[in-house]
Design a protein around this ligand. Structure first.
Ligand code: EPZ
Length: 423
């Protein structure tokens, strides 16, 4: 039964929150576990439905997983990897499943994976993934909604990415670990999750150099081995809690966070009069001083302002003094939260890839719909300081990327109830 959040406006959020492991780091690492024929122990794994989906997918291919959700320890053993054919109903649940195609090609020389559909935020093609795998020698066919790839042998190549795609960088990097000779990926994505994946692969015996820069060199190896790896903290979950503290004029300490990874969000929050200080404990956000003022943002690949924080920052700007312009350059349709925020009284106009937000005193409570993960999170944030109760429907999207967002906000002083959606 679909669930909703019933959000009652309360005062400033106060207290401490521990940030979970990064969804967008653990998913590629679990896909990468297909590369080694030995057991791997992954820790700091967040308890998310997307991780559940990836575990099901690995098991459907012959892998074995055991996951202790309370301790965040996830053991995976793909020594019995036997299938190269991923089921439609599993891949359809989560686009990140497409990250298995590179590892399957490297390990089994074959892969048959459903072409991921588009989603709420855009068509999200995988042409750059396929171009890179073909450059490594894979034969790629697109039949009946599936990508069939075969590569009796992968050979290192020089690959230039037209766009620094996170997923394409990850897929190509993983396939290249078993390619003969050296692969060079140019204009590679430089997100922290790429570095985390490269660290995991290297401790498992791969030779990946330059992750975190726009040129990554991978020397192919014959075999990889099991390893242990702790997943980096989730910079987007951290940014979401930082904006929640700012919106409610609160005083919150975030722990288990890597300050460097949230620099773009920290810089923007300071620009809008929020105090953000890095301590040895973590990051302290204090917003009970000057009123929020408007600022413009333009989303860009890392280390620019993250597209995954665009909706949350828009929620903040709906209550800032002045006019802000938010430009989304990474995805072509990532303003799904605008219509819902306007139902809450926000004043927003979309002009091509920009949204122009006129700050208002207060939003009003309303019934709204979460269309995707980050848009849903933005609606929860907006509801924290509305003048009345808000109901956010479709919270399955939110549970994919945030572990018990309601409980953890309630621990900071919010009042959010989880209930069944009206039939
Ligand atoms: C990853 O998606 C993240 N997901 C996304 O987070 C994040 O928004 C995105 O990177 C950008 O940072 C995971 O890591 C699981 P891209 P990914 O390939 O790899 C175009 C969230 O909310 N493109 O960098 O799919 C694409 O259409 C999610 O946690 C091509 O044109 O992102 C988009 O416009 C949402 N061809 C742009 O590049 C390709 O072959 C960025 O996509 C691949 C991508």
């Amino acid at each position: 039964m679909a669930e909703k959040f019933i959000i009652h406006p309360r005062g400033p959020l106060m207290g401490r929150v521990e940030i979970s492991g990064a969804k967008n780091a653990v998913l590629p690492v679990l896909a990468g576990s297909l590369l080694t024929g030995q057991p791997c122990r992954i820790t700091n794994v967040p308890n998310l439905s997307d991780v559940e989906f990836m575990a099901e997918l690995v098991e459907s291919l012959g892998g074995f997983t055991s996951w202790d959700k309370s301790s965040g320890v996830f053991n995976v053993d793909t020594s019995r990897l036997s299938k190269y054919d991923a089921a439609y109903e599993l891949v359809g649940k989560m686009r990140a499943s497409f990250l298995i195609i590179g590892p399957l090609l490297a390990r089994l020389g074959r892969a048959r994976v459903p072409l991921p559909g588009g989603c709420a935020i855009g068509t999200r093609p995988v042409d750059l993934h396929l171009k890179g795998l073909a450059a490594l020698g894979a034969e790629i066919e697109h039949t009946h909604g599936y990508i069939e790839a075969t590569a009796p042998k992968l050979v290192g190549a020089k690959i230039y990415l037209d766009f620094p795609s996170v997923g394409a960088t990850e897929n190509i990097m993983m396939a290249a670990t078993h390619a003969e000779g050296q692969t060079i990926i140019e204009n590679a994505a430089v997100e922290p999750e790429i570095v985390d994946l490269a660290n995991f692969l290297n401790t498992a015996g791969a030779e990946v150099r330059g992750a975190g820069t726009d040129t990554i060199k991978i020397n192919g190896v014959k075999e990889m081995k099991g390893t242990s790896h702790s997943v980096i903290p989730d910079r987007i979950e951290a940014g979401t809690f930082m904006v929640a503290a700012a919106l409610t004029r609160g005083d919150v300490m975030l722990t288990n966070i890597m300050a460097d990874h949230v620099k773009p969000v920290t810089a923007k929050l300071k620009e809008v009069n929020v105090q953000v200080t890095e301590t040895e404990d973590g990051i302290h956000v204090k917003a009970d001083g000057e009123p929020l003022i408007a600022a413009d943002i333009k989303t860009l690949p890392y280390p620019g302002f993250p597209t995954d924080m665009q909706a949350q920052f828009m929620a903040l700007m709906t209550q800032a003094k002045g006019t802000s312009v938010i430009t989304e350059t990474v995805f072509e349709n990532r303003f799904m939260q605008v219509g819902e925020l306007k139902r809450m009284g926000a004043v927003i106009k979309i002009e091509s890839r920009s949204a122009i937000i006129e700050g208002v005193e207060k939003l009003t409570g309303a019934q709204v719909n979460a269309t995707d993960l980050r848009a849903g999170a933005a609606l929860v944030l907006a509801a924290l300081t509305a003048d009345d109760v808000t109901e956010v429907n479709g919270i399955c999207h939110i549970d994919r990327g945030y572990y018990r967002l309601d409980d953890r906000l309630n621990q900071l002083g919010a009042w959010i109830e989880r209930a069944k959606e009206n039939a």
